[in-house]
Ligand binder design. Sequence first.
Ligand SMILES: [Zn+2]
Length: 350
Amino acid sequence: MKKTFREKIISKFIKLAKKNKLLHYPCLAALTVALGVYHLIRHFATNTKRYASVVFVMIFFMASCSFSFAVFAERTGFIRAQETYSAIVEDSDISLAVETEAYTEEEIVLEEVDGADLEYNPENDMSGDVYTLDDILENGEEYRTDNSLEGEGQETENYAFSSTDWRLVLINKQHPISEDYEFKLGRIKDNLQCDERIIEDLLLMMQAAKKDGLNIAIQSPYRTSDRQEHNFNKRIKLYMGQGMSYMDAYKKASQVITVPGCSEHEIGLALDITSDTFQPLIQEFADTQEGMWLAEHSHEYGFILRYPAGKEYITSIEYEPWHFRYVGREAAKIMYEEEICLEEFWDKYL
Ligand SMILES: [Zn+2]
């Protein structure tokens, strides 16, 4: 007669126990456990209704955990806001971009909201101030003119781009700043700072505009992560105060303010550029002489208009004719000529 699986297990243990008397009790214990597990598995495997109900309970439990996780993490400070964001919103991000309008990154940043927390002191933050080249250089002196433009620039055709090039680092909601990203801040003037490697090209660009009779002005280049986080958390508090759940408040805040850890201002590669006579960060800037000059010439100095009109569906940020990002001259030339944004550049060249 053919033995069942259960009988096989039992006879195996009995044989083992008979061979060695010392193993008698351990064998008995092991047999009990083995039979228990065996019966438990059979119990569920042979009854699909029972099995289905257990699976359903497990799925329900996991789903409810994933919703409460963000709240738990925020309350305990277990993980930081941007990590929460990427953990939860990564999958839903595409639908988020589709169902919501793109917003400008800066429009609400400076707005004051009650209940501001104390760690951040806006008085130390000069990034709202506006500087022209004359403000930066003082005494009306001249920055050296750029001779490198002639002759250079033609070599970009065979230029090999590298995905590890700091100038090309891709920062957006889907690509937050990595924790090991390193850069050195350089001082443009007073508290006006940015990545020190882009200052030379920045001043050359301002000098070139000045030679064309235009006074372009820079504001809020490097923005600390603290400031970004402060603004972001403030906004969440505001929405929660209006009765929203944490998740809804988080989602809404991330549409209006760049999620902390996802702004190019935080790594000193982005600048908001306007002029001495026109400083609001609004789309009308594009129609000013300076706005047109920048759109036409910034790439010659390695800067690109990071959020162009017509690319909102890719960048998920509204057209910002004032927000410029340094990518280096070779890449900027290609993006300008091919009318592609940084995300498209990555797809094509990296
Ligand atoms: Zn900006």
